[in-house]
Design a binder for this molecule. Structure first.
Ligand SMILES: [Zn+2]
Length: 376
């Protein structure tokens, strides 16, 4: 009896310990046997990644016991309605992405998929994966399954928390953007939390972007921007960001869902940005810290001709559990999966600077486009 109680306690302790650990989905792209340097190669890797993700998504689609969900994701409340909305969106996106693949050779390869597949066709295709994976894809398949299972759970957790804790998982108003509605293979690079001090990561990153002939949208913190203006000058800041687009991440890095001074925070940073850019763009963008905001925030932004710009590809580059090369593998994999969208990096951390050149090289010839941030 005593032993049983000890065993039970130990089991409970182990379970809660495992739940409390925030894991990040990682994948080793070197296990994929081909490069991504042609449209067909990209589409084949994309199709296989979508199918593996769909299989893992199906594994969690029937979660409905609130107590079990709370324990599984280590959360205090679980909104099953948000989860259900998210699931519908996911199915639609998966179908849309598979329909974007036009090459018959790619559609037929390894696991055949119909040109105009239905969700039922996708379910059937995922059921064939275990038996039909060829020898040269076996290692990749095992690794991609672990990644996709972990990633599906990352997203499901956010869905259950929404809107009590708002995030990028679902939108609250029509002027909120995640990038899921962009055209196939079009991506926007975004960088948060800067600027750093002079000659820091922001400077290195803008130089790297320039050398790669790319640009991005930088969501700056008003207070950080003012610090750097004080230390240098508005002209130097203008030069630092030159070809990139400067947007607001609020004055300070706090959740704008609960911050009483959210409006002042938004206005402050837009005001600071105006002092250093000569941008004539009619629309401005605000990215709430942690993606946390309310419908009121979105409506206010709408009244000043601005939008909430979230993301659908989270690099996790801020996370100490993932290194730069793993960040690049994760982002490339999510680009294959979602085939479009907004990539979230942080210029206050050094990983984007290392990951970007690798990503660009890996995706050369794949037909993807990093969009010009100044066109927004
Ligand atoms: Zn941030």
């Amino acid at each position: 009896m005593k032993t049983n109680i000890v065993t039970l306690l130990l089991l409970l302790f182990t379970c809660s310990f495992l739940n409390a650990q925030v894991k990040v989905a990682k994948i080793d792209r070197s296990l994929w046997p081909e490069n991504l340097n042609s449209v067909e190669n990209f589409d084949y890797a994309s199709k296989m990644q979508i199918l593996v993700y769909a299989k893992c998504f199906l594994e969690i689609q029937n979660l409905n016991n609130v107590e079990e969900i709370k324990a599984k994701y280590n959360i205090k409340s679980a909104n099953v309605n948000s989860f259900s909305t998210w699931k519908k969106d996911q199915i639609q996106l998966i179908l849309q992405n598979l329909h974007s693949i036009k090459s018959q050779t790619v559609l037929d390869k390894t696991i055949a998929i119909n040109k105009n597949c239905t969700w039922q066709d996708v379910v059937k295709a995922t059921e064939k994966l275990d038996k039909s994976i060829p020898a040269n894809l076996k290692l990749w398949y095992a690794n991609a399954s672990d990644f996709s299972r972990q990633y599906a759970n990352e997203l499901a957790r956010l869905a259950f928390l929404f809107p009590k804790t708002s995030s990028e998982i679902l939108t609250l108003a029509p002027n909120e953007i995640t990038g899921s509605n962009y055209a196939d293979k079009e991506f926007l690079l975004t960088f948060d939390d800067g600027p750093t001090k002079e000659n820091g990561n922001t400077d290195k990153l803008t130089a790297t972007l320039k050398s790669l002939n790319l640009n991005g949208m930088f969501f700056v913190l008003g207070e950080q921007l003012q610090n750097r203006i004080n230390a240098t000058s508005t002209e130097k800041l203008n030069k630092l960001y030159s070809n990139n687009k400067l947007e607001s991440h609020g004055k300070i890095h706090k959740s704008h869902q609960y911050l009483e001074t959210w409006q002042e925070s938004i206005d402050y940073t837009f005001g600071k940005i105006k002092t250093i850019t000569d941008s004539k763009n009619s629309r401005s963008y605000f990215r709430p810290p942690y993606g946390q905001r309310t419908e009121k925030v979105a409506n206010y932004l709408n009244s000043i001709n601005a939008s909430v710009l979230l993301w659908n590809i989270d690099s996790q580059d801020w996370n100490s559990k993932i290194n730069a090369s793993e960040v690049s593998d994760r982002v490339i994999t999510l680009m294959l999966l979602w085939r479009k969208g907004v990539v979230l990096f942080h210029d206050i951390h050094p990983k984007a600077n290392e990951a970007l050149p690798v990503m660009v090289k890996s995706l050369n010839g794949s037909g993807i486009l990093f969009m010009d941030a100044n066109k927004f």
